[in-house]
Design a binder for this molecule. Structure first.
Ligand SMILES: [Zn+2]
Length: 1010
């Protein structure tokens, strides 16, 4: 009460002083609805989410002044399809037309910004936007990223490309927000990409210290704030409609107290902004499930303040986010410019660094990315199929349903409590289940397409393979494996198939033997790993025949190398003596790796091309986390708190080397104790051994096995090198761009605050060398000592904090994780020219699908023809990010689309299978590479010839909803003067099918085939 009166007095004085300008408060009703987190989507729909939309639509229809913003499309769509009545649907369309209901962001979820891949962020946005445009002809213009844990510089670029006029963030470092707030710097124009710069800049609003929730603890109101409907209840809404913590109603007795509190808060916030407009979010998590009681009370309050507007110096109105940004835009002020710097990592307090989630639930992070790459492969394969055989036996509607299910699941897990690993175990299970189901569907689709050539009538493009069985027929067992290259580049690599025979011969679809190698598996003691070399054109698949001879097969088997395992004596750390004296080399064309027999660890790597040697040691370390809140700061799902330095996680190491002709393998096993029988950690390093330069020899693949961990351990894989990097690290923002991370000293919590997310890549370098790591799932990464780079691979944590226990968010994750990293060494220039493509090759490894079980006879039945799948190849610096049939039924012409909707054309419209979405991205920054950074012109007709004959190309906005020449975004004045504007597009149709793609551009097209 004392505080309250004191502030009231303070602000009365302030408002008298500058009474000239009335503060305009924009009360934005919203409900933050996590697509996951503590409760599953189904539980959330049942407990509150479905009521939010029903009751909000009813209440808005009742009173003209009321407004609402709708954010997460997954919930809205579930409501729209399963719950909304015809009356609700009619009202929604009316409210949209009146601008009282506004879709914000429009993605399926509010995606995480630290650990999501750019492809998946685009996917979830495209999914939501496609639905909104198809259903309502609506294209969202504003973002509302109120809850992601830190802000990436890639997000503003994506939102600019999607046609947004303004962006909004909230969670940034507490100390930085303080400073920005004091200096009225919370709003700025963000140029998120260094290469695209002002071409894709966007006005950005940072929420003030109150963030997205209404002030929530008022002394006179039940310890609650402006939440008259109280707090949502799980699993069921209460039968009597009485929820806990409902705020006191606004009555004659309370209205002045409420008004004064609100006005004070508005005035406090007004001081932090340059204009007299205050964004006043009204809502919080899971609000407005009883919109009636919410609006009934707020209506009175709003009226009361406005009738006393002169006295208060404040006017309030219900608003959408668009209303607020429009008002700010109209002031025509000049804004500071922020370059391509992100807001990661994120701390809420000195000991609360939100860097733990980069490594939380590593298994889920891995499945999410695998699902994404499978989706990418299935999309392009189905697109090719559908163009070639529009009436083929794989039913297109069936196929599209399979793809849609996986698109939905991959979109869903991008939620900021999804892929982050910050959800409860049952919600993690929900994401996993949806992803696995979606992946099974996509695999069914792949299998259906792969099996087709046998039944299709093929006229041209036929190859007649000269199948020369090289092994005696009677004694052979055979298996067929299809390998698909989902990248639009030619590749040559090795693949690994698990088999249960000691010898195998591999033939390609021309009947030619391919180089292969077989050896006892590192992971399965009774099984064998068969490696063989595959060469595939872009978007091409080939069938390989694997023959397992059941008796001696003589010369035919010689092309397959039977590799032997060489075992080395297990070494205890306590007995290490003179290191670096007994070294074992493993060579390929690019490198000489030296392993130390004294330690069984890597000792050094020589770059044979540059004739330069780097000391490299790699091993496992652990942070011992505190689980007792009474003993100090803890580590949990979100937060990493290193109480001391990491400790060595093993006492002894065993090593095996498998010298090969396709791949040489080094297997290292790390034991927690000297006499442990089973190892806790292992690394298998695969060194590609050149077959006449066919294999990319610079790619060192490392597969790890980590866990199960002991409780309260956070495990890192540490690479210590002789590089002079001064603890400066480079990590990526969503796989789209790299950020330089200079080591920072803090008074507290320095280790945790120097951790960064690694989505696809991280590297350290000095003047002569760079050591890069590429990854197929997100991790946390840091450089804490000279020449060092550590990757946090796994965490298992339990603590006694009430909040964590109440929500079951303690991350007691006892799983075994098996991530993969690729390591590349070389001069900075050499690594720079390849690591972007390599990161794509890791993410989109060939799809390997055995299409039968090992058996006899299959080949005799088969027709000896195969369709020749034409390759589709882009230049090395351009990546085909997407080739898909979205299946939307909207018209690409906006006027036409609105007309169709107006005449009820949204019902029963046919799916458009002819519209292909093509997205191409330039992988390089301006100036990054002398050749590859250049703008690159391609002819889409020529490039796509392998798929079919292109007849029409339309350039579109990122998510497809705008014709690019129609897209006008608001321009904002900046303090750096007027810069370049967006590229001028004469029309959405590229001339002569030629397109020039500039560094870091992401270009989206609709293409149509003959
Ligand atoms: Zn949230």
């Amino acid at each position: 009460m004392f505080l309250f009166s004191f502030f009231a007095l303070l602000f009365m004085t302030a408002s008298e002083n500058d009474a000239a300008e009335t503060i305009q408060a924009f009360v934005i009703p919203h409900s933050h609805m996590d697509v996951g987190w503590v409760y599953t989507v189904q539980e959330s729909m049942h407990a509150y989410a479905s009521n939010v939309y029903s009751s909000v639509v009813e209440e808005l229809s009742r009173v003209k002044s009321r407004k609402f913003i709708a954010v997460e499309q997954e919930f809205f769509r579930l409501w729209w399809v399963n719950v909304a009545s015809d009356w609700h649907k009619k009202q929604v369309k009316q409210l949209l037309q009146e601008g009282r209901l506004e879709f914000i962001i429009g993605g399926q979820v509010m995606h995480d910004e630290a650990v999501t891949d750019v492809d998946d962020a685009i996917l979830q946005l495209t999914e939501g936007h496609g639905f909104l445009y198809e259903t309502f002809g609506v294209r969202p213009r504003f973002s509302w990223h109120v809850d992601p844990f830190g802000a990436s510089a890639t997000t503003p670029v994506l939102f600019a490309l999607a046609g947004f006029n303004a962006h909004l963030i909230s969670r940034i470092d507490y100390d930085l927000k303080d400073v920005m707030q004091k200096n009225k710097k919370l709003q700025f124009v963000w140029r998120g990409s260094a290469s695209l710069s002002e071409k894709q800049e966007i006005f950005t609003h940072t929420m003030d210290q109150f963030s997205y929730c209404t002030p929530s603890s008022l002394p006179f109101s039940n310890r609650s704030g402006f939440y008259w409907n109280g707090v949502a209840l799980f699993p069921d809404p209460p039968k009597d409609g009485i929820y806990p913590n409902m705020s006191l109603p606004v009555t004659k007795e309370t209205v002045e107290l409420y008004a004064q509190t609100m006005v004070d808060n508005i005035k406090q916030r007004a001081q932090w902004f340059k204009t007299s407009h205050v964004l006043w979010p009204w809502g919080c998590d899971k609000q407005f499930y009883n919109a009636s009681v919410q609006f009934m009370n707020m209506d009175v309050l709003v009226n009361y303040i406005n009738t006393h507007s002169d006295k208060y110096g404040v006017a309030v109105q219900y608003a959408t986010l668009g209303d607020y940004f429009q008002a700010v835009h109209q002031t025509n002020l000049s804004w500071d410019v922020r370059g391509s710097k992100d807001f990661l990592p994120y701390s809420t307090e000195p000991f609360q660094a939100w860097t733990g989630f980069y490594g939380s639930r590593n298994v889920l992070k891995g499945i999410a990315r695998r699902a994404s790459s499978l989706l990418h492969a299935a999309e392009s394969l189905f697109t090719r199929y559908s163009i070639s055989y529009p009436d083929g036996p794989v039913q297109r509607e069936w196929a599209l349903e399979k793809l849609k299910a996986l698109r939905w699941a991959v979109s869903e897990v991008q939620h900021h409590d999804g892929i982050t690993g910050t959800e409860s175990p049952k919600v993690a299970d929900m994401y996993t289940q949806h992803l696995m189901q979606g992946m099974m569907g996509a695999e069914e689709l792949l299998a259906a397409v792969f099996l087709l050539p046998h039944s299709l009538e093929l006229s041209d493009n036929i190859h007649s393979p000269q199948t020369r069985p090289t092994v005696e027929k009677k004694d052979v067992i055979e298996q067929h494996v299809i390998v698909y290259n989902p990248l639009a580049w030619n590749i040559s690599t090795f693949i690994n198939v698990s088999v249960s025979y000691t010898m195998a011969v591999v033939l390609d679809d021309d009947g030619k033997q391919v180089p292969a190698q077989i050896q006892q598996s590192a992971t399965n003691s009774s099984g064998y790993d068969l490696f063989f070399v595959v060469e595939l054109g872009g978007l091409q698949y080939r069938k390989y025949l694997v023959q397992f001879p059941q008796s001696h097969c003589g010369s035919a088997c010689r092309i397959t190398h039977a590799a032997r395992i060489v075992k080395f004596k297990r070494k205890n750390v306590s007995q290490w003596k003179s290191r670096g004296r007994k070294l074992l080399p493993v060579l390929n064309e690019c490198y000489k790796l030296m392993f130390d027999q004294e330690t069984n660890l890597l000792h050094s790597i020589t770059d044979r091309l540059e004739k330069r040697s780097i000391q490299v040691q790699q091993d496992f370390w652990e942070y011992e986390a505190n689980g007792d809140v009474n003993a100090g700061p803890i580590s949990d799902n979100y937060i990493f708190t290193a109480n001391s330095s990491a400790v060595l996680a093993y006492k002894s190491v065993a090593m095996e080397i498998v010298p090969g002709k396709v791949v040489s393998e080094i297997r290292q096993y790390f034991y927690r104790n000297e006499d442990d029988k089973n190892h806790t950690y292992s690394v298998v390093t695969r060194v590609p051994v050149g077959f006449h330069g066919k294999l990319a020899c610079h790619r060192l693949e490392q597969s790890y096995k980590v866990g199960p961990l002991e409780v309260n351990r956070e495990t890192v894989f540490r690479t210590s090198t002789s590089l002079q990097n001064n603890r400066t690290l480079f990590t990526d923002n969503n796989g789209y761009q790299m950020m330089r991370r200079a080591y920072k000293n803090f008074v507290n919590n320095t280790v945790a605050r120097n951790y960064y997310p690694m989505v696809r890549a991280a590297y350290i370098e000095d003047v002569s060398s760079r050591v890069a790591f590429l990854t197929e799932r997100a991790h946390g990464v840091a450089s804490l000592s000279q020449g060092q780079l550590e990757v946090m691979l796994h965490r298992r944590l339990w603590n006694n904090q009430q909040w964590n226990l109440g929500y079951n968010l303690t991350l007691n994750d006892s799983s075994v994780v098996r991530p993969v990293l690729w390591m590349i060494l070389g001069s900075p220039a050499a690594v720079s020219s390849i690591y972007q493509q390599e990161a794509q090759e890791l993410q989109h490894r060939p799809v390997v699908m055995p299409i039968d079980k090992p058996g006899k006879l299959w080949i005799q039945k088969e027709k000896s023809v195969r369709p020749f799948v034409q390759p589709v190849v882009l230049p090395q610096n351009l990546h085909m990010q997407s080739l898909s049939i979205p299946g939307w039924n909207y018209s690409p012409n906006h006027t036409q689309q609105l007309q169709n909707l107006g005449s009820g054309g949204d019902r029963g419209s046919k799916i458009d299978f002819d519209r292909i979405l093509l997205r191409i991205t330039h992988l390089y920054e301006e100036g990054e590479d002398p050749v590859l950074s250049k703008p690159t012109t391609i002819n889409l007709k020529e490039v796509m010839l392998g798929v079919g004959e292109v007849t029409k190309v339309l350039e579109r906005s990122l998510t497809g909803t705008w014709e690019i020449s129609d897209l006008q975004r608001w321009s904002w004045r900046t303090n750096t003067g007027v810069g370049k504007t967006e590229r001028e597009y004469v029309s959405g149709m590229p001339k002569d099918f030629n397109v020039t793609i500039f560094p870091k551009e992401i270009r989206t097209f609709f293409i149509y085939f003959k």
